[in-house]
Design a protein around this ligand. Structure first.
Ligand SMILES: [Zn+2]
Length: 254
C-alpha cells in the first residue's frame, strides 16, 4: 500500500512540474499578447525553436547547466524553481484532499494564482483572462465547496467593495486587477475564508513593505505588487482556512 502512495506522490510531482512548465509559457507570453496555445516554445534570446528534449521540466535545466543549448544564454533559474514549486503544490493538494476532485480543482487554482502572482510581479498588472480563469474554477468548484449563496455574495463584496471605494479617495491606491481577483475568489471561498486569506496577505505584504522602508530600499510613494501576497493568502485559505481560523479563534479562547 505504501509503495502505491509513494508512486502517486512522485506521479503528482511530475504532472505538477509539467503543468508549471506550461504556466511559465503563460507568464512569459500573456503580457506580450502572444497566444499561449499556438506555436512551439522558443528561446527568448536566440529565437531558436526548442525540442522536446530541451523542455523536460527541471531535468533539461540541470542537464543543460542552466543555459540554452543553442546560444548558451542563461535560462532564468526562476523558471526551474516554478517547475519545482508546481510539483510541490501538486503534492500538497494531493496531501490535503487525497483522491478527490478537490485535489485537481485546488491544483488548477494554485497554478492560475502562480501565473497571476508572477505576472503581477513582472508587469504590475493582472490579465483579465486569468481573472476569467479563476471565475471558471469558481463555477467548477461550486458543488465541492459547501457554502451558502449568501456566504458567497458577501465574499464577493466584503473586501472588493471597500477597496473599490478607497480608490475614489486615493486614486490608484489598489490595482483594478487585485480588486477583481479578490471579488471572484470571495465568490469561490466565501467571506470567512476570504478574510483569512486577506489577513495572511496583509500580514506578509505589510511586513515585507515595512522591511523595505526601514532598509530605505523604497519610499512611501513606491508601489509594491500586492498580487503575489493575495494569491498566496487565498491558496492557503482554500486549503487550510478552516484550521487557521480555529487556531486563531482558539488563541482568544473562542
Ligand atoms: Zn537560445
Amino acid at each position: 500500500m505504501e509503495a502505491i502512495f509513494i508512486f502517486l506522490y512522485v506521479y503528482v510531482f511530475v504532472v505538477g512540474a509539467c503543468i508549471a512548465s506550461f504556466i511559465n509559457v503563460v507568464i512569459y507570453r500573456l503580457p506580450l499578447g502572444i497566444s499561449v496555445a499556438k506555436g512551439r516554445s522558443f528561446c527568448p534570446t536566440c529565437q531558436h525553436q526548442l525540442h522536446a528534449i530541451d523542455l523536460i521540466p527541471i531535468l533539461s535545466w540541470i542537464t543543460l547547466g542552466g543555459k540554452c543549448r543553442y546560444c548558451k544564454a542563461k535560462i532564468p533559474v526562476r523558471d526551474t524553481l516554478l517547475e519545482v514549486l508546481g510539483g510541490l503544490l501538486g503534492m500538497l493538494c494531493f496531501y490535503r484532499y487525497g483522491i478527490n476532485w478537490m485535489t485537481l480543482i485546488s491544483f488548477v487554482f494554485a497554478m492560475i494564482l502562480v501565473a497571476i502572482g508572477m505576472i503581477d510581479l513582472d508587469t504590475m498588472t493582472i490579465p483579465n483572462s486569468l481573472i476569467i480563469a479563476c471565475l471558471i474554477v469558481t463555477v467548477i468548484s461550486y458543488p465541492f465547496i459547501d457554502l451558502s449563496i449568501m456566504d458567497r455574495i458577501i465574499g464577493f463584496l466584503i473586501v472588493s467593495l471597500p477597496m473599490y471605494a478607497m480608490n475614489y479617495i486615493i486614486p490608484d491606491c489598489f490595482g483594478g486587477g487585485d480588486i477583481k481577483l479578490i471579488a471572484v475568489c470571495g465568490l469561490m471561498l466565501g467571506w470567512v475564508h476570504l478574510l483569512v486569506g486577506m489577513f495572511i496577505a496583509i500580514v506578509i505584504a505589510g511586513s515585507y513593505a515595512g522591511y523595505l522602508m526601514l532598509s530605505h530600499k523604497v519610499d512611501k510613494k513606491d508601489h509594491i505588487a500586492f498580487g503575489p501576497y493575495i494569491c498566496f493568502g487565498l491558496f492557503v485559505a482554500l486549503l487550510y482556512g478552516e484550521n487557521l481560523l480555529q487556531l486563531y479563534l482558539g488563541m482568544f479562547g473562542l
